[in-house]
Design a protein around this ligand. Structure first.
Ligand code: ZN
Length: 103
C-alpha cells in the first residue's frame, strides 16, 4: 500500500510530495541533474547557429549593408531560439536515454 500524498520518483525512487513530480514521474533533483548537460548542448547549438549566420553575413556581404543592424538582431534572435530549442530537445533526449533500461 502506498502512502497517500507521497509518490516515488520513477528514476531515483525518492519519496516526493504528490504533484511535485513531472509528467514522466521524475523528481526535481533528477531533473536538476540533467539541466546542466542539456544547457551544454543548447550552447553548442547556439554558437553553431551564430557562426553559420555570421559566415552567411560575410558571404552575402551584409556588413556595411543599410539594414545590417536588423540582420544582426535577427541572427541573435535565431541563435537564442536555437539555444532554447536545443536545450529542450537535449533534455528530452537525455531523459529518454536515462529512462531506457540499461543493458
Ligand atoms: Zn528522482
Amino acid at each position: 500500500m502506498s502512502t497517500p500524498h507521497v509518490s516515488a520518483c520513477s528514476r531515483c525512487a525518492a519519496e516526493t510530495p504528490e504533484g511535485k513530480l513531472d509528467p514522466t514521474g521524475w523528481c526535481d533533483a533528477c531533473r536538476a541533474e540533467l539541466i546542466p548537460r542539456a544547457n551544454v548542448w543548447g550552447w553548442v547549438a547556439c554558437v553553431a547557429v551564430a557562426l553559420l549566420y555570421l559566415g552567411w553575413m560575410v558571404w552575402a556581404g551584409m556588413f556595411g549593408h543599410l539594414f545590417m543592424m536588423a540582420w544582426v538582431v535577427l541572427g541573435v534572435g535565431l541563435a537564442f531560439l536555437a539555444l532554447k530549442v536545443a536545450r529542450r530537445v537535449a533534455f528530452e533526449v537525455l531523459r529518454a536515454r536515462a529512462m531506457s533500461p540499461r543493458r
